[in-house]
Design a protein around this ligand. Structure first.
Ligand SMILES: Nc1nc2c(c(=O)[nH]1)N[C@@H](CNc1ccc(C(=O)N[C@@H](CCC(=O)N[C@@H](CCC(=O)N[C@@H](CCC(=O)O)C(=O)O)C(=O)O)C(=O)O)cc1)CN2
Ligand code: MET
Ligand SMILES: [Zn+2]
Length: 772
């Protein structure tokens, strides 16, 4: 349907689901880090946070958004905010919540503190955002403060904004927590309902119109029997605050149980019409949408950076309006804009054709406002904007940048070997013969501290104040310093330290063809840590060696093996903003072929061990079961294409960060890496059980200490991690390493922790020698 045939949508309103916290120039990150290092005090932190919070609200208002979210801002993470609001402070912090939880305890849970390890951190659904996992063991939930209410009051008093408080719903909150038996889920959800009831009734008493309750778990494969407690929860909440309109918000997928969920006793249902494979629309068309209910239509992509084809979106909205005749339709992004950069304003260096095809958070709000105005006939000039956007998208899609060179991937692949030439058992003997490693060899995951000095050097180089030669010499000095440190500590397999890299994905994006990179396109990954995902806009191709010089230099300084270090195809794909005009699997294979060229170049330069990191392989897993195997198949294939052509004597390593791997051990094994290192320490050994079944029979290093925390682990603690793992894993396949790279730690912390780790490995070897 064309936009001119649309039915009247005059009561259309616009909404947002969440706005990036980090600020246009990462002011948020900088304030937090200044507070943690003691440069500013708590009151200075609070005032900077408030300034940012209000600035973000004003901006959304200026863009013309009707329903502006409040309470989505956070000092670290929104799940952690909810935990402390409910008084969930783990016992080891020795704090019994009475009123609001102090900032020191809040950051303690997030980052660890003396005598108390941090709470576990894990991926937020299928994104590169990480949340702090609530601990429900021995929990006695109490309401310590009403955070959404405070946020609402602040927006109203300071800016006159009638905000829409956002909170994570009781079902998703509990489902994404740990420390309880799954069979008790309903009881636990029930125990939180009085707290939610109080929060909502106070909001209602204050005169709040709409509240957004996020239930992202509803788009995953949750057990159907949970529908009962979900039903019960929303009956309770609606009864508690009948004057309030509850928007039950879902995102990142479609609702498998649409028929049931659409009839829950709430006033609005928010659906993702972008990342749903068309299924939500099918559900609405097939089953209808309950009369009298408001449909929150997530039609603008909240997690990728492409400009919308607003004409197509307008047609979708018209279709929804016509088919469902809901009393009200709300135009909104598919999810919170937390997952995209703030604004295109700062991007002066991108190709103009590309810029016209992009939309970051602020531009997405403009799209939503324009669409609402055009369809609602509020503003005739908005129509022109809608037409323009469709033209821009079409122009870019047919541009030379986009045109595919490698069309027939299947034919291309048919010519390439996709498995190692000899099986693992044989490779292992050949490799051990060559490498002669001790039992329980020690290594690290790749990066060493990215100090202020290193970042400053890179900045000077980028600004042209330093020559390429000066920067190169500086990087070589860093490599030399750390090769010496590693040798002195007694680590068995060394790394060069990744000093030349800004980020493990951005670095490769800058060197491969088909990528564009932004100047300021930052997105929060966890806490104050941000990433600048590169943009895959065209065909990915190898250009020239990317890592050989630094790796070979490092190897020239030592007789111990140095592991080459690459980021794998699936991770580069998952942590970039990807093109969406061709299938993801095809982009992954293009990446794999490009990276294979690098693997071969390293091998030719005499590097005998190559690590191809795949920390993001798990988060790309589709939320729906029927799509998972196909994904795993092409992901494994991409890894094999990258690594399979090396000699049997060349040892391939891979690394993955903490994830729920239980159901994909077979696929991990099929990747056929000689050694895998996996982050485990924050899960306190739970992951080991997954590898117990003996499906996994290759080299394995389970992280023995948490690198996300500044705390230095002691020898006994790591020794017990090793020994616990050795109860289920064969000692001749076991490696000792930290959880992940050390780039976020200081030099002192890293050296101290690695010394302890080598002592722990030595103690474990001694114990093995005695028992043999
Ligand atoms: N892409 C990605 N995703 C990931 C990970 C990862 O490593 N990469 N790891 C896991 C955990 N997530 C992480 C995400 C980010 C960081 C991280 O350390 N980020 C750095 C930024 C890295 C970076 O690109 N740094 C630039 C520096 C950019 C900068 O701040 N420059 C300053 C100047 C330099 C200075 O004085 O500091 C400026 O422009 O103002 C560089 O090295 O060159 C940070 O937020 O601090 C760590 C882990 C999961 N997801
Ligand atoms: C997020 S996984 C990180 C792997 C990388 N080689 C590093 O050590 O930083
Ligand atoms: Zn990692």
């Amino acid at each position: 349907m064309s936009i001119n045939e649309r039915p009247a949508l005059s009561d259309l309103i616009s909404s947002n689901l969440g706005y990036p916290r980090i600020g246009g120039n990462r002011e948020w990150k900088k304030a937090l880090e200044r507070f943690w290092n003691g440069s500013i005090d708590e009151s200075e932190l609070h005032s900077e946070m408030k300034r940012l919070r209000l600035e973000h609200l004003s901006k959304q208002q200026d863009k013309g958004i009707d329903l502006i979210p409040v309470g989505d801002f956070s000092y670290y993470d929104h799940m952690l905010d909810t935990s402390v609001m409910f008084g969930l402070v783990p016992e080891r912090f020795n704090y019994r919540p009475a009123g609001p939880v102090p900032l020191s305890v809040y950051f303690g849970i997030a980052r660890g503190q003396k005598g108390a390890t941090a709470s576990e951190m894990t991926k937020w659904l299928n994104t590169n955002y990480h949340y702090i996992v609530p601990e429900l063991a021995n929990a006695a939930p109490v309401l310590t403060e009403n955070k959404p209410l405070q946020a609402y009051r602040e927006a109203k008093q300071e800016l006159g904004i009638e905000g829409k408080p956002v909170l994570i719903g009781p079902y998703s909150f509990v489902a994404l927590s740990k420390g309880y038996d799954r069979k008790d889920l309903a009881t636990i959800v029930r125990s939180f309902l009085p707290l939610y009831t109080r929060v909502l009734s106070e909001l209602a008493a204050e005169g709040v119109q709409w509240v957004q309750i996020d239930e992202p778990v509803l788009t995953t494969l949750f057990p159907a029997e949970d529908l009962d407690i979900i039903q019960e929860a929303y009956e309770t909440l609606t009864q508690a605050a009948p004057a309030l309109n509850i928007m039950l918000q879902t995102y990142f997928g479609s609702l498998e149980h649409y028929k049931h969920l659409s009839t829950l006793p709430v006033q609005g249902l928010g659906l993702d019409f972008v990342h749903d494979d068309g299924e939500n629309l099918q559900h609405v068309l097939q089953h209808g949408f309950p009369a009298g209910k408001t449909l929150g239509a997530g039609v603008v992509d909240g997690r990728n950076i492409w400009r919308s084809d607003l004409k197509a979106v307008a047609a979708l909205l018209s279709q929804l309006a016509e088919q469902t005749s809901p009393t009200q339709l709300i135009v909104q992004p598919s999810c919170s804009l937390l997952h995209v950069p703030v604004s295109l304003e700062a991007e002066q260096k991108l190709d103009i054709e590309l810029v016209h095809a992009l939309a970051f958070a602020d531009e997405k709000l403009e799209e939503i406002a324009a669409l609402t105005a055009a369809l609602g006939e509020r503003n005739p000039s908005a129509l022109a904007q809608v037409e323009q956007s469709a033209d821009a998208v079409a122009r870019f899609n047919s541009s030379a940048a986009r045109v595919q060179t490698a069309t027939d991937m299947a034919a291309l692949l048919a010519k390439e070997p996709q498995s190692r030439s000899v099986p693992f058992a044989q490779r292992r003997a050949i490799q051990q013969d060559k490498l002669k490693l001790p039992p329980l060899p020690t290594t690290t995951i790749g990066s060493f501290p990215q100090t202020a000095e290193i970042r400053k050097a890179r900045l000077q180089y980028r600004k042209g104040e330093w020559s390429a030669e000066q920067y190169r010499t500086f990087i070589q000095q860093q490599i030399k310093e750390w090769i010496d440190i590693q040798e002195e500590i007694g680590i068995d397999v060394l790394v060069h330290g990744e000093f030349e890299r800004t980020d493990m994905v951005e670095f490769f994006g800058e060197k491969l063809k088909g990528f564009a990179f932004t100047q300021n396109g930052w997105v929060q990954s966890y806490g104050s840590r941000c990433v600048k995902p590169p943009i895959i806009y065209g065909d990915v191709l190898f250009d020239q060696p990317m890592t050989v010089e630094e790796t070979a230099f490092a190897q020239s300084l030592t007789s111990k093996p140095v592991k080459g270090m690459l980021t794998g195809p699936v991770t580069i794909l998952n942590w970039s903003f990807e093109r969406n005009d061709i299938p993801r699997s095809q982009v992954a294979l293009q990446l794999a072929l490009a990276l294979r060229a690098e693997v071969e170049a390293l091998e030719q330069a005499g590097i005998g061990m190559i690590q191809v990191d795949e920390p993001a392989i798990r988060e790309g897993l589709p939320l729906k079961k029927e799509q998972q195997q196909a994904y795993l198949d092409w992901a494994v294939q991409a890894f094999l294409v990258t690594t399979a052509t090396v000699e049997p004597a060349t040892q391939i390593h891979t690394h993955m960060c903490y994830s729920e791997f239980q159901h994909m051990i077979q696929s991990i094994s099929d990747m056929d890496a000689d050694v895998i290192s996996i982050e485990t320490s924050r899960s306190h050994g739970e992951l080991i059980v997954s590898f117990e079944d003996q499906v996994y029979d290759k080299g394995i290093g389970l992280g023995v200490y948490d690198i996300h925390s500044p705390r230095i682990p002691d020898v006994a603690e790591m020794l017990s991690m090793i020994q616990r793992a050795l109860r289920v894993l064969p000692s001749d396949l076991f490696w000792v390493n930290p959880d992940c790279g050390l780039k976020t730690r200081t030099k002192e912390e890293s050296i101290a922790a690695l010394r302890q780790m080598v002592l722990a490995a030595q103690a474990a070897r001694d114990a093995l020698a005695v028992s043999n």
